[in-house]
Design a protein around this ligand. Sequence first.
Ligand SMILES: *[C@@H]1O[C@H](CO)[C@@H](O)[C@H](O)[C@H]1NC(C)=O
Ligand SMILES: *[C@@H]1O[C@H](CO)[C@@H](O)[C@H](O)[C@H]1NC(C)=O
Ligand SMILES: *[C@@H]1O[C@H](CO)[C@@H](O)[C@H](O)[C@H]1NC(C)=O
Ligand SMILES: *[C@@H]1O[C@H](CO)[C@@H](O)[C@H](O)[C@H]1NC(C)=O
Ligand SMILES: *[C@@H]1O[C@H](CO)[C@@H](O)[C@H](O)[C@H]1NC(C)=O
Ligand SMILES: *[C@@H]1O[C@H](CO)[C@@H](O)[C@H](O)[C@H]1NC(C)=O
Ligand SMILES: [Fe+2]
Length: 450
Amino acid sequence: MRSLLYVLFALLASVTAQKLEKINTIADTVGKVYHYQPEQVHLAFGDNLADIVVTWSTRDATNQSVVLYGENYSDAKSLVNVTGNARIFVDGGKKKHAQYIHKVTLRDLKPQTRYEYSCGSDLGWSARFSFTTPPAGSDWQPSLAIFGDMGNENAQSLARLQQDTQQGMYDAIIHVGDFAYDMDTENARVGDEFMRQVETIAAYVPYMVCPGNHEEKYNFSNYKTRFNMPGERDSLWYSFDLGPVHFVSFSTEVYYFLQYGFKLLTKQFEWLENDLREANKPENRAERPWIITYGHRPMYCSDEKEYDCNEKLETFIRQGLPLVKWFGLEDLFYKNGVDVEIFAHEHFYTRLWPIYDFKVYNGSTAAPYTNPKAPIQIITGSAGCKEEREPFSETLPAWNAYHSNDYGYTRMKAHNRTHLYFEQVSDDKNGEIVDSFWIIKDKNVAYNEL
Ligand SMILES: *[C@@H]1O[C@H](CO)[C@@H](O)[C@H](O)[C@H]1NC(C)=O
Ligand SMILES: *[C@@H]1O[C@H](CO)[C@@H](O)[C@H](O)[C@H]1NC(C)=O
Ligand SMILES: *[C@@H]1O[C@H](CO)[C@@H](O)[C@H](O)[C@H]1NC(C)=O
Ligand SMILES: *[C@@H]1O[C@H](CO)[C@@H](O)[C@H](O)[C@H]1NC(C)=O
Ligand SMILES: *[C@@H]1O[C@H](CO)[C@@H](O)[C@H](O)[C@H]1NC(C)=O
Ligand SMILES: *[C@@H]1O[C@H](CO)[C@@H](O)[C@H](O)[C@H]1NC(C)=O
Ligand SMILES: [Fe+2]
């Protein structure tokens, strides 16, 4: 009986092999395969929350960039057809691989509405995706996932983030720099693979980003071309409002890669000054009392190995350029009453007590985060990447409130204008919340005016 099975199995295997051979021969004779099919689909907020930008790639040029969308994709007649544009992106690597990155902006969408869409051209369409627009105004509770340093290899938090997203947990994602490891690697094929890996997240909720050191190659071209953030195209900084929060995204890398232009550093600093001044106008701060910044490299960290944020060394981000101390961000953020500063780069999670110039400024010892007297900083760079975890210093500084080496990510919910909630998800501990805290405040002024 058993030998009969073996014979049958062998027969089946040989038939399959022959079939496969035939298929290969056919494919060879068909000639060039065209890559018109949309891939790497992802969303971002446009210049206001009623606009959503859809971005995707095709390997070959298509003759249009179209998004078809509506509240019911099965009702063909109700669908809106919006065209955008594509630009060719030639990777800086040896092979000069080209791809076409398509960008379409869906404008004046209705608030709090679920839309279904697909993107492509006459030559090929994506599957149908969906997203829900945020409520109008600032009186609602945005919920976000926030993390940095997620690669292709060892992206340990990815599956959990995909599930969370598909269950509708988030209004937006913030990826605080360092993607793919690295997007330019293997003639940018690593970047393509990363964008495909995050599609289950990024095609459904706005995937908001800032640049990290791993994006540096070819003047950040992979970062600038693949992501379409609000504001000027190819900019390394922008801001957006979500509920009672004003989010500010900036590049810490303009302080380090000066070969791309000192001008970028000065322009960003000027832009930050203006953006924070605007956010602090009494009518704006009353409506959106929370100001949260995110940039890749931290001002403080307790990683003994780390050359750029060790306690014994000064960071450019915090103090500005060496010796002259120009363009330091700690002062700027402190004077403008920034509530929370989110960083990554270190492959771990750290929460700090309210801090300014190495000194802790608790609201009170019993309730450090109730009316804190300085910004609260978080490092969340443990989503998972091939460079693995980073060890903490053996003796932790007094400003260290909590730290964890687990892979995971941060969740934030803006409860209302006085209460802001954060929690840290451990993927190692199967989704357990290993840290959580509330920031409570009833005054929105610069800390030096408290
Ligand atoms: C796009 O290309 C296809 C195939 O070449 C062609 O049939 C179609 O008419 C083109 N559409 C436009 C709008 O040019
Ligand atoms: C969507 O449109 C299809 C086709 O018109 C219709 O059969 C279906 O009931 C609609 N679904 C909803 C939820 O309205
Ligand atoms: C969308 O509009 C473009 C330009 O008007 C047109 O060429 C294309 O056929 C339309 N596509 C669909 C699916 O309606
Ligand atoms: C790098 O890109 C920026 C735009 O993001 C541009 O302003 C700058 O001139 C570029 N630098 C070099 C050296 O090409
Ligand atoms: C800040 O508050 C925490 C928690 O109560 C406490 O451990 C720490 O010593 C306080 N730091 C200062 C400088 O008051
Ligand atoms: C915010 O929520 C907290 C807790 O639910 C509540 O005590 C507080 O009064 C609320 N603040 C405002 C401004 O509504
Ligand atoms: Fe980094």
